[in-house]
Design a protein around this ligand. Structure first.
Ligand SMILES: *Cc1c(COP(=O)(O)O)cnc(C)c1O
Length: 493
């Protein structure tokens, strides 16, 4: 077990060391100064609960070592397209930890939670303003959950008008996988609409699919190609003329905030990913929030609860309401309050001008990277991009390499991989989203590394294929890691 080695080798060794010893404790409890309570009934108690027995220092070391094996936005450039791994300003964390905010209980009576409800009400209004809509529900707990809320509202709307025959949901072929999945979950027949050679939606195909059975269209703007669909007004008109509604996937608002409102373009419902655009640390599965913002048509159908305000003599009074024809509840309580607080703090600290600056810088950074990489990688849709740029490793494929190899090689230079193999319509896709927070120096470094890897791919493809060389884990069996994860400590038997 012992021996010298690189820091990484030492970390791996120390992590594998079994630190558990019988009787070792992390905390020393003070003597009991309250009446002793009876234990729960015997069938609820386990005689044997094999947990590691470790001191506090050992626990701290173990988890700190583990965290150091990871890439994170706090340590490394993280251009993971569509995921918006932007810097989360620490003030938002401070606000979420204010005791009155962190300790508020979801079952607290309304009288005792007016401050929390007021915060939610203000956030509803701000998100409606940003999207150009009239009402918001903060209930959905993730992006895909917001999508489901939106599509169920569209369904409830058609049913309320006696138009249950509208069973078709259109989804462009560039869409995020959650879009067709959501439509199918809501019971719709999903019809895919192709993109044209410029990356816009094919209007002829859209016209053809827009008939009396049309329920709606799910569109992402900017599209997952990182492009602003210049035909979007025609798209909205065609869907509306056929009696359908337009759903906007607003998971990535980093290119539009303060500059363009989806409601003004005619969208009927939009979901937002607060954990992407509005600064909640994410990855690893949560928590998140996917509020839905709607126009007048869909406002009665919003999921409950929504927070409403009544002006009285003593000032405003905030309460939790069920909209008239609500699609109902999507989960327990009032949504992920901690995520809502972070988004509120983020919006208040930036203000309107700050939000515009975020948008401008996000788009500028993406275009800067796009221009820097153009000579070295294939750019299937060669036009000004929005918050992200989608390249293809097709040129490197000619050397027997894959997008995966380029992504793995980046790890050796301290850079997290871009999103790969998505959108599906780009072969060997590398989807790069630098976000607004990065400096020009970081972007220049990234461009230099990518150029270097492109050179290696030509001269020494074997080196690229064997990457990464300096990571704790190299090439994983990804299906195995997802299906049979080994995540917990097991006692030595
Ligand atoms: C991330 C993302 C989603 C899904 O959001 P989750 O919070 O992961 O459910 C949907 N659409 C787009 C375009 C996204 O980038």
């Amino acid at each position: 077990m012992i021996g010298p080695g690189t820091q990484l080798e030492q970390q791996r060794r120390l992590l594998l060391m079994d630190r558990s010893r019988p009787g070792r404790r992390g905390v020393a409890m003070p003597g009991l100064d309250v009446p002793e309570h009876d234990l729960p009934s015997a069938d609820l108690l386990r005689a044997d609960l094999p947990l590691p027995e470790v001191s506090q220092l050992e626990v701290v070391r173990y988890f700190t070592l583990l965290s150091q094996l990871n890439f994170s936005v706090d340590t490394n450039f993280y251009p993971l397209g569509s995921c918006t791994m932007k810097y989360n300003p620490r003030i938002n964390e401070d606000v979420a930890r204010i005791p009155g905010v962190a300790g508020v209980h979801p079952l607290q009576p309304t009288e005792g939670a007016q401050g929390a409800l007021e915060l939610m009400h203000r956030l509803q209004d701000m998100l409606a303003e940003i999207t150009g809509m009239v009402a918001t529900s903060l209930a959905p707990l993730a992006g895909a959950h917001g999508e489901l809320a939106g599509v169920l509202m569209i369904r409830a709307y058609h049913h309320s008008r006696g138009e249950a025959q509208r069973t078709k949901m259109l989804v462009p072929d560039s869409a995020h996988g959650t879009n067709p999945a959501t439509a199918a979950m809501a019971g719709y027949d999903v019809v895919s609409i192709p993109s044209d050679e410029r990356g816009n939606m094919d209007l002829d195909a859209l016209r053809e699919a827009s008939d009396d059975n049309l329920a709606g269209l799910m569109i992402t703007l900017p599209s997952t190609l990182g492009l602003f669909d210049t035909g979007v007004l025609d798209v909205v008109r065609i869907v509306h003329e056929a009696g359908g509604l337009v759903y906007g996937d607003g998971a990535n608002m980093n290119a539009l905030m303060g500059r363009a409102k989806l409601g003004a373009l005619g969208f009927d419902v939009v979901h937002l990913n607060l954990h992407k655009t509005f600064s909640t640390p994410h990855g690893g599965g949560g928590p998140g929030a996917g509020p839905v913002c709607v126009n007048q048509t869909l406002a009665p159908f919003l999921p409950s609860p929504v927070v409403s305000e009544e002006e009285g003599e003593g000032g405003s009074w905030f309460s939790l309401d069920d909209p008239q024809q609500s699609i109902g509840r999507l989960g327990g309580f009032q949504g992920n309050f901690g995520v809502l607080v972070r988004a509120y703090a983020y919006l208040r600290s930036l203000g309107e001008d700050g939000l515009k600056a975020v948008t401008d810088n996000a788009v500028l950074n993406a275009n800067y990277v796009m221009q820097g990489l153009r000579p070295h990688y294939d750019l299937p849709y060669d036009r000004t991009c929005m918050h992200e740029a989608v390249f293809s490793a097709r040129r490197q494929e000619a050397q027997g390499l894959k997008a995966l190899d380029v992504a793995k090689r980046l790890l050796d230079y301290g850079i997290h991989a871009p999103t790969m193999y998505f959108p599906l319509i780009v072969g060997e896709a590398l989807m790069i989203e630098p976000t607004e927070a990065e400096t020009k120096e970081t972007l220049d470094y990234f461009i230099e590394v990518m150029e270097h890897i492109a050179g290696e791919a030509m001269e020494d493809p074997e080196t690229v294929r064997g990457a990464p060389y300096g990571a704790a884990n190299t090439r994983l069996d990804e299906a195995g890691a997802a299906r049979h994860p080994d995540l917990r400590w097991k006692p030595a038997s």
